[in-house]
Design a protein around this ligand. Sequence first.
Ligand code: GLU
Length: 296
Amino acid sequence: MCYIGRFAPSPSGPLHFGSLVTALGSYLQAKAYQGKWLVRIEDIDPPREVKGASSLILKTLEIFNLFWDDDVLYQSTCSERYQSVLQSLLSKQQAYYCDCSRQRIHHLTNHIYDGFCRQRNLTPNHQQHLAIRLKQTHPIFEFEDNILGLQTVEPASAQEDFIIHRKDGLFAYNLVVVLDDHQQGITEIVRGADLLPVAAKQISLYQQLGFTVPTYCHLPLVLDHNGNKLSKQNHAKPIELDNPTSLTIQALQFLGQQIPQDWQDATQQQLLDWAIAHWQLSTIPKQNAVLTTNVR
Ligand code: GLU
């Protein structure tokens, strides 16, 4: 079976050093397996989208010689496909409408949904906007991460009927990520550890839809000096584009990889080729970390 990996940025801002680590890690893992590396722009949330971010992200990847192997998939073009899965889940009663308020859920233990609307058979009308929840029939209590090892999931969270279509009319990330990873034939998901808590929900959806479950690798997060994840929403500094080789070296160091001695003389492509040949999943740190070198 051919390895297919991916990088799936949301266009909510330019790439920062943390996203470079994710892009590079997923790229090197795919290339070390002589696999394909795909890019998907997760633009399903227009209010969070920053104008021009998609093209800037793609331009940044090109400047780092992180070339993708197939056409970029834009989630904004896939609504019909998502809608038909939603309809099919609803018609098979594997999903249901829910009108519970945020406030109500806020008062539940650990804010975990209690299935209140499961038996209510709500149907949408024009005045009321309803969310759609998956009827959880395949709870995942543990799963293996190829970097972090066996992950156990809190039972109540594993069994939660999670949202697959939002009250505001947008498709939920947990739905579309699974539909697209399946559609694109992704065999392994390499991404930031901020998404570790939703992996079990996503695996349960693969199972419920009868899809083959990919393997998972969650990479350590880059933290700022306050211990927060660098993120586009926190306005992390965009990566500078004038010295990709030096930033690639810092990202490789962050990922616990060897560095070639004479890297200053290498082109970006030579550096990537070297990194592919020397890539080791087993030396990637399991802990999130503050970057100690001066990222520029
Ligand atoms: N679009 C998500 C993000 O930018 C990543 C989704 C994923 O890798 O599953 O954080």
